[in-house]
Design a protein around this ligand. Structure first.
Ligand code: OGA
Ligand code: NI
Length: 357
C-alpha cells in the first residue's frame, strides 16, 4: 500500500514563501479554528493541572488526594496536565531539540526515512489514504518503541547523531510514568493495580512515538495542524510545543486552548481506556492549531494494547444496570479506521456502541 497522491512536505510548502495555502489544506467552515482568544472567555474553565509528586511518595493521605484529582480529570475531561511527573526536564528539552534539529535537516536527508501507510513508521506528512482528503498542516516522524520485538533503531533517524540515544532514554522515562499512571487509574476504577497494564499485554504492551512538526502557516485561520480526533490507543503522554499554545480540547461543546505550563507533560485518555472502563473514563477529542509567526514541535508517546488482544469492558465494570457499552475488538482492527480515513473526531468509538433499544 502506498500514498494515494504525491506526498508534499508541509515544511517545504511553508518555506517556499507562499501567501495562500493550497486548497487541500483548507478546512470546511465548521472545522476551522477560532483563533481569537476572546471567544473563550464566555465560560470560565479550570483545565486540570495535577502535581504527581505524591503519587510516587509514601504518604497515604496525599497519595489518595492525587488519585482523586486524576480520577476527576479522567472522568470529566479525559486529559490533564502533569507536573512533577518524574521525567527529567533536561531530557525533555534535549528530546525537543533533537527533533527540531531533525526537521531542520535538508529535505534529502529526511526523505531517506519517508514512510508508507503500511506501518506509518518514518517521516510522514499525512494520516489516512483517501485520495483528495483535506490534509493537516504538519509533518511528523513516527516510530515503534515497544514491544522490543518491533523496535528497529535503523528506522530511527541517524541524524542528529544523538537522536537514537535520546529517543531511547526519553522513551524509557515516559514508559515508567505511563506504568505509574495505569496503576493509579486501575486502582481508581476499582480494579487490581496491574489490571490495565496486563490487559494491554504486560511486557508486550505497545508504545509508539511521534514527533510532530508544525510549520509556520500563512493562513492559520483556515486550517489545522492536526484535525479533531481522539487518540485510538490507551493513553498518550504528550510533550507540547513550548512557545505557542496550540493544543485544543473539546469540553462541553467548546474548544478550550491548553496553555502549556512550563515543564509539564499532558496525559490524554485514549479510546481503549474508554472501552475498558465502560465509559467511566472518557477519551478526549482534541486538535492542534497552527501559527503564522512560529513553527513548533511536540512529542507524543502512545501506549497501546498489544495489537492482537481483544479489548472490552472490564468484567468488574459491567452489571445489569450498566451493560457493556462497546463492541469488543482488537486494537489492530480498531486502528484501521484512523489509518484509512485519518482523524475523525470520536466517530470511530461511537461506531462501536451497541444499539440500545
Ligand atoms: C497527537 C496529538 C497534539 C500535539 O499526536 O495525537 O494529539 O500537540 N498531538 O501535537
Ligand atoms: Ni492526539
Amino acid at each position: 500500500m502506498s500514498w494515494p497522491e504525491q506526498v508534499v512536505r508541509v515544511q517545504s510548502l511553508s518555506e517556499s514563501g507562499i501567501h495562500a495555502i493550497p486548497n487541500q489544506y483548507i478546512k470546511p467552515l465548521t472545522e476551522r479554528p477560532v483563533l481569537k482568544l476572546r471567544s473563550q472567555f464566555h465560560r470560565h474553565v479550570d483545565i486540570p493541572l495535577i502535581d504527581l509528586h505524591n503519587l510516587f511518595g509514601k504518604d497515604p493521605v496525599l497519595h489518595l488526594d492525587t488519585l482523586n484529582r486524576i480520577s476527576a480529570a479522567c472522568r470529566d475531561w479525559g486529559f490533564f496536565q502533569a507536573v512533577n511527573h518524574g521525567v527529567s526536564h533536561e531530557l525533555m528539552s534535549r528530546a525537543r531539540q533533537v527533533w527540531r534539529d531533525f526537521f531542520n535537516l535538508p529535505l534529502e536527508a529526511k526523505q531517506e526515512y519517508a514512510n508508507a501507510p503500511t506501518t506509518y513508521e518514518g517521516y510522514g506528512s499525512r494520516l489516512g489514504v483517501e485520495k483528495g482528503a483535506v490534509l493537516d498542516w504538519s509533518d511528523y516522524f513516527f516510530l515503534h518503541y515497544l514491544p522490543i520485538s518491533l523496535r528497529n533503531q535503523s528506522k530511527w533517524p541517524d541524524q542528529p547523531s544523538c537522536c537514537r540515544e535520546v529517543v531511547a532514554e526519553y522513551g524509557c522515562q515516559v514508559v515508567k510514568l505511563c506504568k505509574t499512571l495505569l496503576k493509579a487509574m486501575s486502582t481508581d476504577l476499582g480494579l487490581k493495580e496491574e489490571y490495565i497494564e496486563n490487559a494491554f499485554g504486560g511486557d508486550n504492551m505497545g508504545a509508539c512515538f511521534r514527533a510532530n512538526f508544525y510549520p509556520k502557516c500563512p493562513q492559520p485561520e483556515l486550517t489545522l495542524g492536526l484535525s479533531s480526533h481522539s487518540d485510538p490507543g490507551g493513553i498518550t503522554i504528550l510533550l507540547p510545543d513550548r512557545d505557542v499554545a496550540r493544543l485544543q480540547v473539546l469540553n462541553d461543546g467548546d474548544w478550550i486552548t491548553v496553555n502549556p505550563v512550563p515543564d509539564s507533560l499532558i496525559v490524554i485518555i485514549g479510546d481503549q481506556i474508554q472501552v475498558m472502563s465502560n465509559a467511566i473514563y472518557k477519551s478526549v477529542d482534541h486538535r492542534v492549531t497552527v501559527n503564522s509567526a512560529k513553527d513548533g514541535v511536540s512529542l507524543a508517546m502512545f501506549f497501546n494494547p498489544k495489537s492482537d488482544l481483544v479489548i472490552e469492558a472490564a468484567e468488574e465494570l459491567v452489571s445489569e444496570e450498566r451493560p457493556a457499552l462497546y463492541e469488543a475488538m482488537t486494537f489492530d482492527h480498531y486502528r484501521v479506521h484512523m489509518r484509512m480515513k485519518g482523524p475523525c473526531g470520536k466517530k470511530r468509538l461511537e461506531s462501536l456502541k451497541f444499539n440500545t433499544p
